[in-house]
Every structure is written in C-alpha cells, then in structure tokens.
Write a protein that binds this ligand. Structure first.
Ligand SMILES: NC(=O)c1ccc[n+]([C@@H]2O[C@H](COP(=O)([O-])OP(=O)(O)OC[C@H]3O[C@@H](n4cnc5c(N)ncnc54)[C@H](OP(=O)(O)O)[C@@H]3O)[C@@H](O)[C@H]2O)c1
Length: 162
C-alpha cells in the first residue's frame, strides 16, 4: 500500500477542506504518480476534488451507508474493507491520497510513502499523523527550487518500509 501527500514544515496538510497552498508543480507530480492507478480517499478529501479525477479509479471511505456517489466510484465503510479491496484487486496499484483520518487508520499497512515537503509553515487545521520514519528507508529524494509559479521550494521523497 502506498501513501501520497504533501506537508508543510509542521506536517500540516489541509485548511478548511482544501490544500493550504497553490503549487502547480506538486499537482503535476501528484497527477503523474497517480495516473492509471486507484486512489483511496476519505469523504472530505474526495469532496475536495470536486469530481472524480480522470484516468484514475476512485475508492471513497465514509461511514455513511446512504451516501450517494457516481456509479464508477467504489464506496467502502471501514478500514479493513480497504485491505480487502487491495487483496482482491492485485492488478491495481492502490494509492491512499488522504486525508489525515484515512492516513491514520491505514498507517500500520503502508509500505511506501510518497511525501512532498513544502518549505514553508502555513496556516493549517489538518496534520499528517505522526510517522516513525526509523521504520522506513529514504530511497529517492529530489529537490525543486521555488519559481514564479511555485512560491515555495519542494522536496519529493519516496520512503520504503524496512
Ligand atoms: N496535503 C495533502 O497531501 C492532502 C491530502 C489529502 C487531504 N488533504 C487535506 O486534508 C483535509 C481532509 O482531511 P480529513 O482528515 O479532514 O478528512 P478525510 O480523511 O479526507 O475524510 C474524513 C472522512 O472520511 C471517512 N473516513 C475516514 N477514515 C475512515 C475509515 N477508516 N472508515 C470509514 N470512514 C472513514 C469519514 O467520513 P464520514 O464522516 O462520512 O463517515 C471521515 O469523516 C482537507 O483539507 C484536504 O484538502 C491534504
């Protein structure tokens, strides 16, 4: 199982149901990384997409059994159902795209962390749950300087469970 997210200097990830920043370079990275794969998101994160993202399968987690979603969106109601989904779809690459609640419940099962670090401290109301990075190995790291379209420097990282 793979997690993908971007966090600020204080592990902040969200503000008022959306991202605290506007960084097209990170959106492009997210698109490239998730294209063709299956995205698992919590109700609030899925709502933040406004509509299903093209060329990706969507799985949404909600405890609301009467929630209405488009036909091509798979709706699951508990953490273990995500584990079962991944086991039953071995041909799919399952990528967990948040938010904090979903990351927290799936943390014991994740093997790969794809983290973007944003070099700034933002106003946030949602934080990434604490991760014990001693259990993971940094296998890829790429720095990107700020530019006129991306106000803050970024570091793209990939961690693999030891
Ligand atoms: N920076 C990033 O990379 C990043 C990534 C993702 C999200 N975000 C931001 O984070 C914020 C959203 O995060 P969030 O933690 O508030 O919400 P969230 O995790 O996206 O959604 C929470 C909701 O998902 C459902 N849910 C979550 N875990 C579940 C589980 N194990 N079983 C059943 N249902 C489950 C519940 O829905 P019900 O209440 O319907 O039961 C819960 O209230 C937004 O601001 C978003 O933009 C940032």
């Amino acid at each position: 199982m793979i997690f993908i997210w971007a966090e600020d200097q204080n592990h902040g990830i969200g503000l008022k149901g959306t991202l605290p920043w506007h960084l097209p370079a990170d959106l492009k990275f997210f698109k490239q990384t998730t294209m063709g794969n299956t995205l698992v998101s919590g109700r609030r994160t899925f709502a933040s997409y406004k509509k299903p993202l093209p060329h990706r399968k969507h799985v949404v987690l909600t405890t609301d059994s009467s929630a209405q979603y488009p036909d091509d969106v798979t709706v699951l109601h508990e953490t273990q159902a995500v584990i079962a989904y991944e086991r039953d779809h071995p041909d799919e690459t399952v990528i967990i795209s948040g938010g904090a609640k979903v990351f927290a419940s799936l943390l014991p099962y994740v093997d790969t962390l794809i983290r973007t670090r944003v070099d700034h401290a933002f106003e946030v109301d949602t934080y990434m749950p604490a991760i014990d990075y001693s259990k993971f190995k940094l296998v890829e790291q790429q720095h990107r300087l700020a530019d006129e379209k991306n106000q803050y420097a970024l570091t793209f990282e990939r961690w693999q469970r030891r």
